[in-house]
Design a protein around this ligand. Structure first.
Ligand SMILES: [Zn+2]
Length: 196
């Protein structure tokens, strides 16, 4: 994407206040910051949206964000931040090159939480249907097949760990899980009572 403004920053054709650079990723200050220390983190390779990226590259990118989260708020004198992507034009993406924002947040800065971005009317009684739909899509999709393999490995590992523990603690663990499952439907009831 030769005309993309972020690709031009990567190639050094337009200036940016770079704060961190490595072989695959680059972080620089937002030229139109929402708050002090507002930083943009991009993969150097041009992708428009997160899901276009190979998972391995996404992990590398997320690892940079993870580390910068420990540094950026602190360097501007605060402890908190919002982290987000405008992933696609309906989500407000202005530059068509995938970029994460780290927006440091300050006490009484009059900003909103990330949930303040949009407020659609969604009926609470539709939520179980939506959850089922997403679960079905996950089952039918290839997207999770690879991670299922690694999930198998994780399970094997956790079996090994379990074998090391005593049988009684294993029973407690299973009972605990069952109890949690029984509690799950009531959680929304509690929430409802809290909010209505
Ligand atoms: Zn680009």
């Amino acid at each position: 994407m030769p005309d993309c403004i972020f690709c031009k920053i990567v190639r050094g054709e337009i200036p940016a206040l770079k704060v961190y650079e490595e072989s695959l990723n680059l972080a620089f200050l937002d030229i139109n910051p929402s708050s002090l220390g507002h930083t943009i983190i991009i993969p150097k390779k041009h992708y428009q949206k997160l899901e276009e990226m190979p998972e391995e590259e996404a992990k590398e990118l997320f690892s940079v964000i993870f580390r910068l989260t420990k540094i950026i708020p602190k360097s501007v004198g605060t402890t908190d931040c919002n982290i987000g992507i405008n992933n696609g034009k309906f989500a407000g993406q202005e530059v068509p090159h995938l970029h994460f924002h780290i927006v440091p947040r300050f006490e009484r800065d009059n900003g909103l939480p990330i949930q303040g971005l949009v407020r659609m009317e969604v009926k609470k009684e539709d939520l179980p249907k939506i959850a089922e739909k997403i679960k079905k899509e996950i089952e039918d999709s290839e997207v999770f097949k690879e991670s299922e393999k690694s999930e198998e490995q994780k399970k094997e590992k956790s079996e090994e760990i379990k074998e090391e523990s005593t049988k009684s603690s294993e029973r407690e663990w299973q009972e605990f899980n069952l109890e949690e499952q029984d509690k799950a439907p009531n959680y929304s009831e509690v929430r409802r009572e809290e909010f209505y």
